[in-house]
Write a protein that binds this ligand. Sequence first.
Ligand code: ARG
Length: 460
Amino acid sequence: MKLWGGRFRKETDTLVNDFNSSIHIDERMVREDITGSMAHAAMLGDCGIISKEDVRQIIDGLKGILADVEAGKIELSAEAEDVHMNVESLLTERIGEAGKRLHTARSRNDQVAVDLRLHLKREIGEIITLILNFEKVLLRQARAHQSTVMPGYTHMQRAQPISFAQHLLAYAAMLCRDVTRLEDCRKRMDQSPLGCGALAGTTYPIDRWQTARELGFTAPTSNSLDGVSDRDYVIELLSALSLIMMHLSRFAEETILWCSWEFKFVELDDAYSTGSSIMPQKKNPDVAELVRGKTGRVYGDLMSLLATMKGLPLAYNKDMQEDKEPIFDAVDTVKLCLPVFAGMIDTMRVLPENMRRAAAVGFINATDCADYLVKKGMPFRDAHAVVGNLVYYCGEHKICLEDLSLNELKDHSPLFEEDVYEALKLEVCMDQRSSYGGPALAETTRQINEVESFIAARFN
Ligand code: ARG
């Protein structure tokens, strides 16, 4: 019989039973469900709601179940609907009477909410570690390429010279924010809904602070209806995960471009590439493409739960059981993508000569040419026009700015002198960009140090 079967006179239809059951999804919270129950039972004992002997039996029983779960000895069943009732039924099967006292002053509504918060707090910690490991890879590559000149782009048009390190460090900065977003989200998630009951708390003299503390939360949630009915922390985590995927997908897209024959800025390692079943020459960036593709699925998870929660009246509604599939899928996807992406970036071969060659055409030193004239006294807007004309002239003659003779330059402005050629060198242009956050060596070193301390503060 169902744990809630008393008021029923018929068995649940088998279709309904399967439809209603969530065990194949929420079974992954079994550890949290057991620890949550242990804390609840201990509190019930300390508050004199059940006897100490019952507490002892319950805790021993739960420990046994946990050990069997860990040893893979337990099959959870759809008959018991969800992880909470599976654990409770097993416990009562094993210890009898005392097991039936566990659910005093508790509902599955606060139980599922506390399980999910515990579970997601743990997952956030694991995802943060994966991001930090990826950041270490970025730092290693950045350190090796602080002097590797590449074209920086806007509108996918060559724009100004940067270093490959500067480009990688942009992603490192995004990932640092992803980490702090997860930390913020975890902070807000860090309140225990246990003891909210079904929705309206309980008449028993429970101590919600005790269970909150015992389970590692900073406090109990303040309002019982809110505690059982809100899922904003799940949606917040889904949006933080969506942003991580958004960042990865942009990096993926660039990697795909970079290893194309049109760019050939990098070559992916054989171990991180795949071939074609028909075209013998192919070496494809499948990893990057899959990460780009999986981004859509995580966005879908976010949209799915936002839509599920829209307009739900307080407090708990069964609709909310649909929160787990999307959040677990998003967590799994991000945990799958981060290490494989990090491995791909770690093992890729950077081809500085090709970057340098691309940087040499496309007038990416044109801004520097204008800045040269400004330093000689010309207003920037006039200098912009002079260099615009020079670029047009070069285009007609199929040459670069630095190929112009001093006479040709002087025809456009008498301010040009011999030292312009030095000012137009790409390495000089890049290293002159020493403003805070720029690609100059000193600045990429500062950025590397900054990310390094960010990581160190978290691994301590
Ligand atoms: N399995 C449910 C969920 O995931 C928790 C059970 C609450 N169900 C109920 N009928 N009160 O949301």
